[in-house]
Design a protein around this ligand. Structure first.
Ligand code: 13P
Length: 248
């Protein structure tokens, strides 16, 4: 089945490194049957745009600010992203929530602005190790979804991609089992179904992220409620080619 394979490069790669890496991967992934989205650091997006011209590769960013313009030192607007060809943006990644103290209200505002500007949000949700150990996974996911999606119309909800990223599995090499990932992705879809209706639920895409690599991708992505992956570390390696080209 066709899956969404999204790369989150995080804060990695200079322009030179980006050129070298894309030179190796673009020719091999450009005709993939899966949907491939590369979310690069801002400074590398123009390079991707140039090198992925006339391919099926989609361009993504990792963040932006919801105001149109003005005195917001260090920030990037949706118009700036669109101008450089961005179609997708990651919102609410746990690293932004934890390190940069982004709260649900800010995330909610970013999702609304992205939708208004026709950039597809990839909303990340997920529990900490402590929350999982205390059996609070579903409670946490429900709270994040309720707050982050507050006030967004049903017709808009189905455009959002949700990524389930358990914090304990990010960059740790400790991936959720396919069963654990499926269970939460199903919970997310059921929540959407209950709040916004069955047809929205059917149209929704939910990804899994957290130590996905070429070895475990197949088992994870063949699950019914996992529509693909948001991939960090492995997206910076050549194994990403196989992950994009595999028929799941
Ligand atoms: P890793 O694949 O490196 O664990 O990162 C996952 C992630 O945070 C993707 O957004």
């Amino acid at each position: 089945m066709k899956k969404i394979i999204a790369a989150n490069w995080k804060m990695n790669m200079t322009i030179t490194e980006t050129k070298n890496f894309l030179k190796k991967i673009v020719p091999k992934i450009k005709n993939t049957k899966n949907d491939v989205i590369l979310c690069l650091p801002f400074t590398n997006i123009q390079t991707l745009k140039n090198m992925a011209k006339n391919t099926k590769i989609h361009i993504g960013a990792q963040n932006f600010y919801f105001e149109d313009k003005g005195a917001y030192t260090g920030e990037i607007s949706s118009a700036m992203l669109k101008d450089v060809g961005v179609e997708y943006v990651i919102i609410g990644h746990s690293e932004r929530r934890e390190i940069f103290k982004e709260d649900d209200l800010l995330i909610n505002n970013k999702i609304k602005k992205a939708l208004k500007e026709k950039i597809i949000p990839i909303l990340c949700v997920g529990e900490s190790l402590k929350e999982r150990q205390e059996n609070k996974t579903f409670e946490k996911i429900k709270k994040q979804l309720a707050n982050d999606l507050l006030g967004i119309e049903s017709s808009q909800i189905k455009k959002i991609i949700i990524a389930y990223e358990p914090i304990w599995a990010i960059g740790t090499g400790k991936t959720a089992t396919a069963g654990e990932a499926e269970e939460v992705c199903k919970y997310i879809k059921d929540f959407i179904g209950k709040e916004y209706g069955e047809s929205i639920k059917k149209a929704m895409k939910v990804l899994y992220g957290g130590s996905v690599n070429n070895q475990n991708a197949k088992e994870l992505f063949k699950k019914e409620n996992i529509d693909g992956g948001l991939i960090g570390g492995a997206s910076l390696k050549l194994e990403f080619i196989d992950m994009v080209n595999t028929k799941y």
